[in-house]
Write a protein of this length. Structure first.
Length: 290
């Protein structure tokens, strides 16, 4: 349903650290199939997204599809050359049988990884004994977020909506979302007072009462400061427990999958994780041993 004049391309979300925004966008995706202009979309991504200029940052594109890689008016060779000039690696994921057309060549030219996946495979979400407690902790974690400003309430509501969408798929997926929310990557300083103060984005004394949640508006400045400090401490404690339970859950799931007679099937997650770790090692990132 997209315009051919723009290469059947639309930007779902710009680069953002607000993972709930990304989650919302991904859950909303639909497709009717059709042509896939790989060269065009790579070119559009490198021109329109706000890429980092720091050579130590990981800059990578993942492009997945089941049509020939050569489709469209922009030669993929030209687009990939422009990406490499900006220090961006392109990884290709072909969905379907191994009779791919150009996807492997594109990855080789880009210095990235190629992977073939079965797009019809339903990802198994393993339920674990830790899931119930992780769901409880996730709800408690949400209670430590203090919305402020024009979009605060809306974005806090979005946080809960994305929890509900994950839970509707499986408790295992919600448990994994809780683990993501407990990581340093989950940062909401544009709408949450705790993160905003930690990041130095706001001065609590300068936030007018009408931009604060109702329970804080009638507090004195000292009471507000104590309230935010309490929420910060609660969040740290909850995140620590989520981290420990998530590690135990990972071990449980790994053992369950290892004991399963079903053959291993490559997924988009497998492809992305492998490629990102490869790029990270090139830039001397270090990973904690599991």
């Amino acid at each position: 349903g997209l315009s051919a004049e723009n290469g059947f391309i639309r930007q779902v979300t710009p680069f953002t650290r607000e993972l709930d925004q990304v989650s919302e966008a991904l859950f909303a995706l639909t497709t009717n199939g059709g042509d896939e202009y790989c060269g065009y979309v790579i070119q559009t991504a490198i021109r329109q997204l706000a890429w980092s200029h720091n050579p130590q940052d990981i800059k990578t594109i993942f492009i997945a599809g089941n049509e020939p890689f050569t489709q469209g008016p922009v030669p993929y060779q030209k687009a990939i050359a422009a990406a490499r000039a900006m220090g961006i690696t392109v990884n290709t994921i072909h969905a379907g049988n191994n009779e791919e057309t150009g996807w492997r060549d594109g990855a080789i030219l880009a210095g990235g990884d190629y992977m073939n996946i079965d797009q019809n495979h339903v990802v198994a979400h393993v339920n674990a004994p830790q899931d119930k407690r992780l769901a409880e902790l996730n709800a408690k974690l949400n209670d430590t977020y203090i919305p402020f400003g024009m979009e605060g309430r809306e974005k806090k509501a979005r946080q809960q909506e994305q929890d509900q969408k994950s839970a509707a798929i499986s408790q295992g997926l919600l448990a994994r979302r809780a683990a993501s929310k407990a990581s340093s990557m989950y940062e909401n300083s544009t709408w949450d007072l705790v993160d905003a103060l930690v990041q130095g984005k706001v001065n609590l004394a300068d936030v007018p009462a009408e931009k604060l949640p109702q329970e804080m508006a009638k507090m004195s400045k000292d009471e507000q400061k104590a309230y935010v400090a309490k929420k910060k401490q609660e969040r740290a404690r909850i995140k620590e427990e989520i981290g420990k339970l998530s590690k135990a859950r990972e071990d449980y799931v790994a053992n369950e999958l290892a004991a399963s007679p079903a053959p291993a099937v490559s997924t988009v997650q497998d492809a992305m994780t492998k490629a990102i770790r490869k790029e990270a090692k090139k830039k001397h990132y270090e990973f904690e041993a599991k």
